[in-house]
Ligand binder design. Structure first.
Ligand SMILES: Nc1nc2c(ncn2[C@@H]2O[C@H](COP(=O)(O)OP(=O)(O)OP(=O)(O)O)[C@@H](O)[C@H]2O)c(=O)[nH]1
Ligand SMILES: [Mg+2]
Length: 418
């Protein structure tokens, strides 16, 4: 049973869209929706979130439809969750908990698993008493009835220790990744960010040819993946796919995924992927901007990438373009991850960025490697040349893609100068 409690000022179709999204989340988690209940509220009631009468009707509806789980779109305080469970007699969770559950079942890598566990434990800690009550009820109570404060204290301590443990391990993983990133320095770095299901992984798949997991469900991707993308014309970029965002993303989850998202933090440019065919793309865009702000990434260079344009008509496309112009912000490109030839504009935009972002380097190239020397003159701007016995030393401004290519050739030494 889904419950929404939007404020009175929220438009009806927006409120419906939110409940639809909650239904999709429920489906992703493997649940089946048997009904929903909405109460417009300007401020939540302390006891049940809903008004008392509405909370009782919820109880009746749950009994009538034989629901065994209630999911609130709004965040419940530990006390509200507990009161509702006592009143309705089935498990009550909020959107945060549902999202945590989805992450927990979908996390693949050990890092993602640790991040989810950390977020879950942090969510659980203030709610421990309620969880105990719940356990004692479903297990019939004997032996578990009214766990004493001691048991609760022991559990709190254990959880606290585990949280410290996970934080330490995650810090180590992040350090290792930072080292790995350094070894890829020099290449132009791009990160795909955006609302869940916008098509980030599909886009990276279309750009790189790599076989990435794509699914028409929320949160298909939980780990970041980086692939080399050939932008043609001698340009290349390292493109990172990241976990999708969603409205009301649980705070703990954002915090614990921070290190995975550090990949995005080091990008030269963020591609903000938007599902152009989604009626609520503007709200989704806003949500993404807020999460980016949360992650202190809002000052990054961004390109808006309107994806799934194969799904919209010419008329819709025009109205879309008008709405984008009204935003007066970041440059925008239109693509469809399902149509390879639609990616050219995006590639050209990236190539232009790379051209604008030349690295200042000194390169020492053996005379024997005439090809590399020619490449520096052709693709970069040479500001100084010193001829030595076996090598030529060039000080030049070079596209980062070229720097990366030169670095991988034998006998060439490159140093970046500030
Ligand atoms: N018609 C159409 N469908 C697309 C396009 N791009 C992606 N899709 C579909 O949209 C769904 C989600 O795509 P993903 O690439 O998994 O989206 P994502 O942004 O990586 O999603 P998360 O990893 O869940 O955040 C899949 O069913 C894709 O096939 C597109 O350009 N056109
Ligand atoms: Mg994905």
């Amino acid at each position: 049973m889904l419950v929404g409690a939007p404020s009175r000022s929220e438009a009806r179709d927006v409120a419906n869209e939110h409940l639809d999204e909650l239904a999709r989340l429920t489906d992703t988690a493997g649940g089946e929706v048997v009904g929903s209940l909405v109460q417009r509220l300007d401020s939540p009631h302390p006891r049940y979130y809903l008004g008392e009468g509405k909370a009782r009707s919820l109880g009746e509806l749950v009994a009538e439809r034989e629901a065994n789980l209630v999911i609130f779109d709004e965040e419940l305080s530990p006390a509200q969750g507990k009161n509702l469970e006592e009143l309705i007699k089935v498990r009550v969770m909020d959107r945060s908990e549902l999202i945590l559950d989805i992450f927990a079942t979908r996390a693949q890598s050990s890092e993602a698993r640790m991040q989810v566990e950390l977020a879950q434990l942090e969510y659980l800690l203030p709610r421990l008493r309620r969880m105990w009550n719940h356990l004692s009820r479903i297990r019939g109570g004997i032996g578990l009835r009214g766990p004493g404060e001691t048991q609760l204290e022991t559990d709190r301590r254990l959880i606290g220790t585990r949280i410290g443990d996970l934080r330490r391990k995650l810090r180590d993983v992040a350090k290792a990744r930072a080292v790995q990133r350094k070894s890829r320095a020099g290449l132009f770095r791009v990160a795909l960010v955006g609302y869940t299901n916008a098509g980030k992984s599909s886009l990276l798949r279309a750009l790189s040819g790599a076989d990435l997991f794509v699914e028409d469900r929320l949160f298909a991707t939980l780990d970041s993946a980086t692939r080399n993308v050939d932008l043609e014309g001698g340009y290349e970029a390292l493109v990172t796919d990241t976990v999708g965002f969603i409205r009301k993303l649980p705070h703990h989850l954002v915090a614990s995924f921070r290190s995975t998202l550090e990949e995005a933090g080091e990008a030269d440019v963020l591609l903000h992927v938007i599902d152009a065919s989604h009626p609520d793309w503007e709200e989704q865009r806003q949500v993404v901007l807020e999460v980016l702000e949360d992650l202190a990434l809002d000052d990054r260079e961004k390109i808006l990438v309107f994806n799934k344009t194969d799904r919209i008509s010419e008329v819709e496309r025009e109205s879309l373009q008008r709405r984008i112009r009204a935003l007066e912000t970041t440059p925008a490109v239109f693509v469809s991850a399902h149509q390879a030839d639609s990616l050219e504009a995006l590639k050209e935009t990236l190539r232009a960025r790379i051209r604008n972002r030349l690295a200042s380097v000194t390169v020492r190239i053996p005379y024997a490697d005439g090809e590399a020397i020619a490449a520096v003159y052709r693709e970069g701007e040479v500001v100084h040349r010193v001829d030595e016995a076996m090598d030529v030393r060039l000080t030049a401004r070079l596209p980062r893609g070229v720097v990366g290519r030169l670095a991988s050739r034998a006998g060439i030494e490159i140093e970046e100068v500030a």
